[in-house]
Design a protein around this ligand. Structure first.
Ligand code: MGD
Ligand code: MGD
Ligand code: SF4
Ligand code: MO
Length: 765
């Protein structure tokens, strides 16, 4: 037995400043600065030739899907290029020429690397060959692929129960990889399949499933052309889904209006200068938001209730504000919803929301006569204790207006990772689906487990309490993405083995189990060749459309394997050929995987054929107004409570958000251009009245402190930035602030961490 070394790892990394410069927040998104920044990133990471090659194929029909967000491509992609600044940053990050080779790992111990910032770690480059961190070592060293597979199989065989292993997925994996992975995990015998959606849109999935019968949105991209009103809630598209601005622009040009509901006035929602148009480059662009409702953090339910109450009063007089025919034909619970509203006064709802009377009245005026309404939302609604109810209140509104199942109307949860929705569709989930299990059993001849698995927050607790001992991640950066960084760090360190299938080095590779493996994989943009022919895979976008993606760049190293190959070989090593599934042949031939997906997953019939070209839409009962699977065969109104925070006099509600220069835990750069912050991430945005109240000066250094269940958590060193944010509210970037989010506080029903409403106090340094 080798000795087990206690490594001296800095779980949180450095907490010092990088040298801030402040400018005025921007009042438009994109335009020439976006083009300039995009080109700078591309050329710096990939060089000129590779940049042109990569960008000419991104989001084109025979090319590869952008590795950034899940926003859909238009039916006819422009030859000028169908991508945005952040898509370019995403591809530059993946196709970078920088590499971390075995010399790098021989030079820097994990102890030393853990003292690097996430930005430095990420910039070190692409992983090239499998590496192992042995129990007695602080240095990763090379390991042969077969040896790595054998070691994983051996550790999995050692477990007393399959439930002692955790299999995480991040939403970049293809449908083929995710399907095979889910199949292996079930064949192995557990449903412990946490994934990044647990921290993301899980609240949307739960709310939409319960009210409308499908955990996905209902709108298609074309619906934006016809919408009369688009409400954008808790979402910052200018940064996180930049090409959504083109859809909003089209909506405006067709006479539509936009209401944004957000504690911040995000630049991308003010005005858009479309870099693909002359007027976007030379002129002032298109003004987007017509009405901005500056809601306090997590007071969307009171605000929506207020709007509904006012509309209901008008409807009483006019009978045409709500769509009564729709309500009668398709819904359950209308009377109860209206009755529940009686208990609130308009004054108290207004007070809770923090919005001005005048602005609410303007919004009501706009909404009264329009019935083609889309609501878009993202993390500003999902990452709260009452995240599920936030979305249910949105559904209430759309049902009242009959804004579902027709052009220009519907639900639009805007997804994060480029294939997070697809991964869930093809079987990555901790819940048990009896119909999926039956289909797997019929197709593959083994019985999948029927015990509910662990989601992200419960997987962390299981590892922390040593009830789970092996952690495998298909992509992602679990340590930095998850809540309660120090607790999650201990959880990972308590494991016997942690395995990361990754493209780039990240902090999860440094905060590890006793033994750790890094298995480097091909990126989206890279050629995936088998026996002389390129392979392609499929992905599903935010609007339920499945299409193919084919890489074309030379892989970062000849030693890289594709994700399906890695999964198949782990399965093969574990089962040693003694299993009804032919893991190796499946993992090598994606057509075979697709044939199995066709048999197992509803809506994928003819996948091999249909995924070519612009792809196909999966079935969506809301589009067809078919609520037959719901109680009473109707869509459901829901009674939602007002979210209470019980804030003490000196406490704030903090939302942890993304800067313009990051993709989740991947830090592209240190600027948040639209908010006027340059070269610094350790900032906290605060209302200047609150600054005066606590005698805080601009750029004064403070610590943020949260206190839950008598445990104090602290994030040190943040510079105070005066900002247009409601009083009592704060904003700061994640992952730096994840240390404040208690592991055991999460949304009811969806278990999504409360990353957007953390109660904190400010400590002067
Ligand atoms: N460039 C880039 N693109 C990305 C990502 C990235 O990190 N970088 N991440 C991807 C992923 S995985 C996801 S899930 C999405 C995330 O996309 P977003 O949800 O847009 O990301 P956040 O930065 O978390 O922004 C949350 C927004 O909600 C607002 N907000 C916060 N709390 C509340 C609230 O209580 N009520 C309301 N009404 N608004 C609130 C914030 O002010 C902010 O504008 O983006 C995806 N795309
Ligand atoms: N406080 C706070 N915490 C949050 C959030 C928040 O708003 N606030 N947002 C949450 C949300 S919405 C999400 S989705 C999660 C994200 O959680 P994750 O998905 O776990 O995190 P990412 O940062 O997207 O993962 C980045 C890593 O993925 C790997 N990678 C990139 N591309 C590929 C690929 O093609 N294949 C493989 N195998 N690996 C790849 C790279 O090694 C990279 O370092 O974070 C959550 N955490
Ligand atoms: S909007 Fe999202 S998917 Fe489209 S190019 Fe930009 S980052 Fe990529
Ligand atoms: Mo996400």
């Amino acid at each position: 037995m080798s000795t087990i070394k206690k490594r001296n790892i800095a779980v949180l990394g450095p907490q010092d400043f990088t040298g801030i410069t402040l400018k005025k927040p921007a009042d438009y998104a994109a335009g020439l600065p976006a083009v300039k920044v995009a080109i700078q990133h591309a050329f710096k990471e990939m060089g000129v030739v590779k940049s042109f090659r990569a960008l000419s194929q991104m989001n084109q029909k025979d090319g590869f899907d952008c590795p950034g967000c899940a926003w859909p491509d238009p039916e006819k992609p422009s030859k000028l290029g169908e991508y945005c600044e952040n898509g370019v940053k995403a591809i530059a990050e993946e196709a970078t020429n920088s590499k971390v080779d075995r010399n790098f790992f021989a030079k820097y111990s994990v102890e030393e690397l853990s003292r690097w910032s996430d930005y430095q770690i990420g910039k070190s480059g692409r992983l090239l060959e499998p590496m192992i961190l042995k129990p007695d070592s602080v240095y990763y060293e090379p390991i042969a692929w077969d040896e790595a597979y054998r070691l994983i199989a051996e550790e999995l065989h050692k477990l007393k129960s399959p439930d002692e292993a955790i299999f995480y997925t991040s939403g970049r994996s293809s449908n083929e990889a995710a399907f095979l992975y889910g199949l292996f995990v079930r064949a192995f015998g557990t449903n412990n399949m946490p994934d990044c959606s647990n921290m993301c849109h899980e609240s949307s999935g739960v709310a939409l499933k319960e009210t409308l019968g499908i955990g996905k949105g209902s709108v298609k991209l074309e619906d934006f052309d016809q919408a009369q009103v688009v409400i954008v809630m808790g979402q910052n598209p200018g940064t996180n889904h930049p090409r959504m601005l083109s859809a909003l622009q089209k909506c405006k040009e067709n006479g539509g209006k936009i209401i944004s509901i957000n504690p911040l006035e995000e630049a991308g929602l003010i005005r858009f200068k479309n870099p693909q148009e002359i007027k976007g480059v030379l002129a002032s662009g298109t003004s987007l938001t017509d009405i901005h409702l500056q809601v306090k953090i997590n007071q969307d339910v009171p605000l929506l209730k207020l709007i509904i109450k006012k509309l209901a009063a008008l409807d009483k007089e006019r009978r045409n504000v709500f769509d009564h025919e729709f309500i009668t034909t398709y819904t359950n619970g209308y009377e109860e919803l209206l009755k529940d509203l009686d208990q609130y006064t308009e004054e108290e709802l207004l007070e809770w929301s923090g919005v001005s009377q005048d602005q609410v009245d303007k919004a009501v005026q706009l909404l009264v006569d329009h019935n083609n309404i889309i609501i878009c939302w993202a993390m500003g609604l999902t990452q709260h204790k009452n995240g599920v109810q936030n979305i249910k209140e949105c559904v209430n509104f759309l049902l009242l207006k009959g804004s579902l199942g027709k052009p220009g109307a519907g639900t639009c949860p805007v997804r994060g990772h480029s294939n997070v929705q697809g991964d869930r569709t093809v079987g990555i989930m901790h819940h048990v689906s009896p119909s999926l299990n039956t289909a797997i059993e019929n197709t593959f001849g083994f019985t999948p487990p029927d015990k509910e698995g662990l989601d992200t927050v419960h997987a962390i607790q299981a590892m922390h309490d040593k009830k789970a001992k092996v952690f495998v991640a298909l992509g992602g950066n679990f340590l930095s993405a998850a809540s309660d960084t120090e607790y999650t760090g201990r959880a990972l360190q308590n494991c016997d083995l942690t395995v990361s299938v990754s493209t780039k080095l990240n902090r999860t590779h440094l905060v590890t189990g006793k033994t750790a493996l890094i298995l480097p994989t091909l990126g989206r943009s890279e050629l995936d060749i088998r026996e002389g022919s390129p392979r392609f895979f499929t992905v599903e976008n935010s609007m339920g459309k499945v299409h193919q993606s084919k890489g074309l760049l030379q892989p970062a190293s000849e030693h890289l394997k594709s994700e399906p190959e890695i999964v198949g070989e782990i399965a093969n090593a574990y089962f040693k050929e003694d299993h009804p599934v032919r893991w190796r042949s499946l993992s090598q031939d994606y057509n075979l995987i697709r044939e199995k997906i066709e048999l197992v997953i509803k809506g994928f019939e003819d996948l091999n054929k249909k995924s070519k070209g612009s792809g196909f839409y999966l079935p969506n009962n809301v589009r067809d107004l078919d609520f037959s699977k719901l109680p009473g065969q109707k869509a459901q109104f829901s009674i939602c409570q007002l979210p209470k925070h019980n804030i003490a006099e000196n406490e704030f509600v903090l939302m942890t958000i993304r800067s313009h220069d990051q993709f989740n835990t991947t830090i592209y750069g240190l600027d948040d251009r639209y908010r006027g912050i340059y070269n610094e991430r350790r900032v906290v945005f605060m209302n200047s009245k609150d600054m005066a109240k606590y005698s805080l000066k601009k750029l004064e250094i403070v610590n943020l402190v949260s206190l839950y269940d008598n445990t104090k958590r602290k994030a040190n060193n943040f510079l105070v930035i005066p900002y247009n944010i409601p009083q009592g509210n704060l904003a700061s970037y994640f992952p730096e602030t994840n240390v404040l989010v208690p592991f055991n506080h999460f949304a009811d029903k969806s278990n999504t961490p409360i990353s957007k409403s953390i109660v904190v106090t400010i400590e002067k340094v």
